[in-house]
Design a protein around this ligand. Structure first.
Ligand code: UT7
Length: 325
């Protein structure tokens, strides 16, 4: 018996923000953004949209793809760093709006690695038989915590959501291994300082722009490459497979230069690496979930293919998930 992903879905908000649009906001250029990051445009949600709204749309598509009814979901995990509010959990908000009853529901915060942490968590519950059908949603509205005056970060981020439905099924397909890791010593390199119990919101914290995402990009970049490389290898070691076995690698999309460096270190041809950073930018936890759904719908994954998801993000957290489709 294997825990399989039986359906995927994603949702991108309608509004497209191009690099040219950003040139009007901060001192940057389309040329700099494309050459340094690979990003051409990103989606931005409306003032009325929150993380749960995007997540619900992605979830409905995943449920339709899986041909699973809402009533059958008994585990809901929502990966996000931009919840609708501190509490209740965005998972509870989505549960009510989707009409899920009698389910365990919770949010999971592992930043950009959130979808992989959530898949691994769902796998444990399904493998043990505690729950039967899991819905994993990764949803982010990073535009709401973006400092639109900070050119170091505002050009990198976007909004979106992805979702997957999982079930234990007969056969050898499904999640073969997950590798999860973290090192909190790097917490200062990528965070949002204000609004929590350490620095609660005050007029001063707003004035000092502490409610926005802060990143020391270059240091983050240099740690991301080796840790993502290690993650891919550890994931494969966990199920006795090799790089050559991978039909498609789906990495976190933070920077095309990270993705290319990863492919080079792994000696995996770039054609076997899924890339959508040009259109979606970095949507934190949602990134890998959206990419998985796009790859699935584009027919880039065939039944029986070995694929590997890999991500790296704030915490720092990192990890991978090897799947036989
Ligand atoms: O999702 C979680 C994981 N996130 C990541 O892995 C992101 C990792 N970091 C990165 O992708 C890259 O570090 C960045 C894209 C953020 C920056 O690229 P970089 O090659 O590391 O550039 P840098 O930070 O060393 O900056 C180089 C120059 C600086 O100017 P000076 O000091 O050399 O004069 C920056 O001020 O580029 C300047 N710069 C910009 N110029 C035009 C920074 N942002 C911009 C910008 N437009 N938007």
């Amino acid at each position: 018996m294997g825990v399989r992903i039986i359906g995927t879905g994603s949702y991108l908000p309608e509004k497209v923000l191009t690099n040219k649009d950003l040139e009007k906001l901060v001192d940057t250029s389309d040329e700099w953004i494309v050459s340094r990051t690979g990003i051409k445009e990103r989606r931005i949600c409306s003032d009325k949209e929150a993380a749960s709204d995007l997540g619900i749309k992605a979830a409905r598509r995943a449920l339709a793809d899986a041909n699973v009814r809402v009533e059958d979901i008994d585990l809901l995990i929502v990966a996000t760093i931009t919840p609708d509010m501190f509490f209740p959990a965005t998972a509870c908000i989505i549960q009510t709006k989707l009409g899920i009853k009698n389910a365990a529901v919770f949010d999971l915060n592992a930043a950009c690695t959130g979808f992989i942490y959530s898949l691994s968590t769902a796998q444990q519950f399904l493998q043990t038989g505690t729950y039967k059908t899991a819905l994993v949603i990764a949803t982010e509205t990073l535009s709401k915590i973006t400092d639109w005056e900070d050119r170091n970060t505002c050009v990198l981020l976007g909004d979106g959501a992805g979702a997957a439905v999982l079930r234990k099924q007969k056969g050898d397909s499904g999640i073969l291994s997950c590798y999860l890791d973290a090192n909190g010593q790097y917490g200062d390199l990528l965070n949002m300082p204000g609004g929590g119990s350490r620095i609660p919101a005050t007029v001063a914290t707003v004035k000092n722009r502490l409610h926005y995402l802060k990143m020391r990009g270059n240091e983050t970049f240099r740690i991301a490459i080796p840790e993502m490389t290690k993650s891919v290898k550890r994931g494969l070691e966990g199920c006795g497979l090799n790089i050559e076995d991978i039909a498609l690698l789906i990495p976190h999309q933070a920077n095309i230069r990270i993705i290319k460096a990863l492919a080079k270190r792994l000696s995996i041809p770039i054609e076997k690496v899924f890339v959508n950073i040009d259109k979606c930018a970095n949507t934190s936890a949602a990134t890998v979930a959206i990419a998985l759904d796009e790859a699935n719908r584009q027919g880039r994954i065939k039944e029986g293919d070995i694929i590997e998801l890999v991500a790296f993000g704030a915490g720092f957290t990192w990890g991978s998930c090897v799947i036989k489709w």
